[in-house]
Design a protein around this ligand. Sequence first.
Ligand code: F6R
Length: 577
Amino acid sequence: MCGIFGIISKHSYELKQALQRLELLEYRGYDSVGISTLDKNKLNVYKSVGYIKTLYDKISSKKSKNIICHTRWATHGNICEKNTHPHHIGKVCIVHNGIIDNYKDLIKSLNLKDKLISDCDSEIIAQTIDRQFFINGVSMSSFIDAISLLEGSYAILAQVQDCEKCIYGVKNKSPLYVGKMEAGYVFSSDLIAFQGLIKEYYELNDGECFIANGQKITFFNMYNIQIEKESIEFKDFDYSSSKGEFGSFLEKEINDIPQALCNTLFHYKNSTHKIPDLKEYKQIHIIACGTAYHSACIGKYIIENLLKIPCTCHIASEFLFQEILTDKNSLFIFISQSGETYDTLQALLKVKDLGYKTLGITNTTHSQLSKICNYCLPIYAGKEVSVASTKVYNCTILAIYFLCKKKDIDIDAKLLTDLIKSNKEDELAKEMCKSSTVIFIGKCEDYVSAMEGVLKYRELTYRNAISYPCGELKHGTLSIIDKNTLSIAILTQEKYANSIFTAINEIKTRNGKTALITTLDVPKDTADYIIKLERKKNMPINLYSIIPFQKLAYKSCNILNLNPDRPRNLAKSVTVQ
Ligand code: F6R
């Protein structure tokens, strides 16, 4: 993924200012950080492993008119300074977001093996541009010749010695925006970094490149033909990213759930959204990744129960390799919090190519997903900063109820707030952190909650856990049960009670510890830990049954003293394969 940011201006900017902007992109990766300047024809590079804040000391109060910087989510080459961007080769310094698929071929064909100084695919970009500039001189045509050799996804910014007043850039399958300042330009992987800085911006399409200085920017296509681009008005949207009274964004965002649901419902009841009538379709497919996929799986139950239309859910990265066997009159729904997830977008392009109607559900209205889909249904959850997705999950499920035209929904914010503020999960979280294995079980929709519960727990605690449909335990997995395992069951519907109680008993018989999260009144000895969930008429349980799991993951993360907002090895927006 990675985040890139750059400034070219007639005026000097403190490097610190650029890093503050880069911090708004840190959700894209936070393994290491680097910045470079081009001053007096000299490239100066500063790097650090870890969060962006680790670089502040190294740059002190330095200033420059030509700055590029990068926050990395490692794909090729481990996490260390040599693999950190910017990559400086000869006269060229680059930052890159994406993956160069043919980097190994280029190492061979351009004979670069002995020249490499890192293990990173991105270095090949700097090597290739520097080589081309050396052979044919510094020009847009040489830049394009070098870029044409690359296969894969890339948003690139490049500084070039002897060309101090310019920054080169290009985009292919990774996002890149250009903001227009009074005296220069800013470049970023996400519009979020432009807040308060610009009034107009340009959005690059794949295969477009540019050269910019403090006065003007010139765009080209990959045939080196100059192209005109219209600027777009920049509207400040809700970027609020304060933790408020909370210790972490994760805690804040779980606490935001009641308000986020109320806001989303309010918008759905009071504004007109151009959405398709699901009943006109013979079949519905929902495609997504991670937590968004789990909300899709809940969506399947909602659509099939309310509309009786067959609905299939697909993990986007799997769907890309599957044959599409469906009725011509099918609707494809894509769910993505960020609207920028690579696998989801690729699946969307595949479906669009075949001419099916598409609907996007996203929390990011200016995203690629909302632009490409035929219809877009926004979620009004507010900005989600923490890497682990929480409130958007709940609101996405509400969006699906809205699509099914379910009218009689009320959000009881008080009930939800009480649930979130209670300490009901504290003892169970302690037990989870002591157990060798935690197994989450459920049936149908409750099994989906168990899957999402596991994802949250793994993501935030780095500990292993598994989810199982309760009826499947006896077909193999019961063998792992012993006194050190903890099984957590969720039960929100009377009709599933027998299956769950049977599974709990089978676990107890084998000395496993048990917990039950339930809306039903059950005898105290049903499980070692019982967490009661209140039900409320007109508030579907699917909207909030996940909350105890979200809290358990968060509380376990706190017990283990880990970073709730930036789990290791992850990033908020996964824009690579
Ligand atoms: C987990 C999580 C991820 C995302 C997944 C899809 O907490 O956040 O699993 O759900 O990467 O991201 P979006 O929804 O942006 O497409």
